[in-house]
Every structure is written in C-alpha cells, then in structure tokens.
Design a protein around this ligand. Structure first.
Ligand code: MN
Length: 280
C-alpha cells in the first residue's frame, strides 16, 4: 500500500495572499530524505497583479530549492546574487550559517506562476557552511520510456546534477508516465504537478511507477533530530532563539536587501523540541 501525503492549503501572506499546497511537513511525516519543506503553488494567472512578492527574510541550516513549471522569479540575496529563474532552471541557495533573500515576479513577466518551493535540511556537520548560491540553467535531462526526466539534484539513471547536496538525496522533474529505477536505500515521494496529494514510497524498492507529470523527491532517511521553526533549521531551542534575535538585530544574515524585511514571528510560549522524521 502506498502511503498518501495529502497537502493542506496555506495562505502565504507574504505572497499577496497566495494559496499554496503544503506537502511537507505533513501530518505524520516531517521529512522525506533530507527534504523538509515542500510547497506547491499554481498554476495561477497573475496578469495584472504584483505576482510573487516575497520580501527579504532569513534562512539558516537549510538549502532552498526553487523550481518553476511556468513563470519567472527574480531572486536577490544578501551575498550579492541577483538571478532570474525560468522553467527548467534550478535556483539552489545553501543558507548554511545564514543568508537573507527576496523573491519577486520580474517586470514584464509572462503572467503565469506555477512552481515549487522546497527546502533541504543540512546535516549538523554542514549546518554552519558559508552561505552560497547556485543557478543551474543546464541540468541533465534524459528520456526513459515515455518520460522526459530532468535531474535537479543528486543522481537518477546514471545522470548526475551539478547541484551541491550535503546528504544522499535526489530531486527530479518527470514528465510523462513510466517506471524509474531508484536507489533502494532511499525513501521517495511523488508530488504530482497537477494535484495536491503526494505519495510516499518507503526504502527497499528498486523502481517507482510514475503515472503522470510529477516531481520525484527522495533520499536516505534523515536520522538527525532537528528543530524547524519559521525559516530556520536548528538543533536546539537556544539556537533558534539566537537566529531569531540576530535577524531582528540586523546582524549575521549579510547586508540588508532593498524592500521591507519580514519580521520574525514571536517565539511560541513553549520550548521548541528537536524531533525526528516521523510525527509520532
Ligand atoms: Mn525563502
């Protein structure tokens, strides 16, 4: 039996009230491999609207992965990167010890908006790497059965993405239907590009059947305990408090970007507790 990961609708205030489908974290499952966050948005017609408008905000302890099915986004970050991303291209921001970024629909955009925002938790050993940004416009792409597969990160069918990963993971955009050979020690999820319910596939299988256009995200089960709060991944309550205070003090996250920065929400009344990949 396949386990279902039903997405839930979340209104993102910083995206002009855009409704997104949040697949991860899910009710029972926080992570698939080191993938710890997955939002699917669109397809939306943003003609005549500001489109995506996410003001400067910080990240630490994770990588952000931006992937578009349609539309365009301009990324700007606090180490000086300015990068337009289009469908088929990958923006990968390794926050490491800390970075801030903003994402906006550029002037003259197509009027379409369809994509995913994904985060990958960094293992503790790499959680303090210097922030860096990668843009990959020329990812490996192959045809298998009736599928056209683009490898975003990791390796699939012998095709390896140049994107930097810190744990054994895979991410691929699959168009069409067919069967993919996968690593047996990986767990996976398939996120349909036209739906809101993903399927989870436990480790121990050598192939996965794809029924239609989807993202395949997988990796070795991530066995570290983490605290995920707001835009941060840490290892303790104190670490998260320190990140939050640094952002509020305009410290640590690079230079201040143009635009109103997003203030950190208040800390919850209870202490944050490190947790593993499963909810229970
Ligand atoms: Mn972000």
């Amino acid at each position: 039996m396949e386990e279902l990961l039903p997405g839930r609708e979340v209104v993102i205030g910083t995206r002009n009230g855009t409704v997104v489908t949040r697949i991860l974290p899910n009710k029972e499952r926080r992570l698939v491999g080191a993938w710890c966050f997955a939002d699917h948005y669109g397809p939306n017609d943003i003609t005549g609207t500001p489109g995506m408008s996410v003001n400067p905000h910080p990240h630490a302890g994770l990588q952000t992965v931006s992937w578009l099915i349609a539309g365009e986004i301009e990324h700007r970050d606090s180490i000086g990167s300015v990068q337009l991303i289009r469908p088929g291209q990958l923006n990968l921001m390794t926050a490491g010890r800390g970075i801030a970024h903003s994402e906006h629909s550029p002037a003259g955009a197509s009027g379409q908006m369809h994509g995913v925002q994904l985060w990958v938790a960094l293992p503790e050993a790499a959680s303090n790497v210097d922030a860096h940004f990668e843009h990959h416009a020329d990812l490996p792409r192959f045809t298998a059965n009736d599928m056209v597969v683009t490898v975003l990160i990791g390796q699939l069918h012998g095709h390896t993405s140049p994107a930097k990963a810190y744990t054994p993971i895979v991410g691929a955009d699959v168009r069409g239907a067919g069967t993919l050979a996968v690593q047996e020690d990986f767990e996976h999820m398939l996120l349909p590009l036209d739906g809101s319910v993903a399927t989870y596939h436990a480790p121990g299988r050598s192939e996965i059947r794809v029924d239609g256009d989807a993202l395949l995200l997988g990796g070795q089960p991530f066995d570290e305990q983490i605290v995920m709060w707001w835009n941060f991944v840490g290892r303790s309550h104190e670490e998260i408090v320190a990140m939050r205070e640094a952002w509020e003090a305009h410290e640590h996250f690079g230079f201040d970007l143009p635009g109103d920065r997003i203030p950190a929400p208040p800390m919850p009344a209870t202490r944050l507790v490190p947790r593993g990949r499963l909810r229970h």
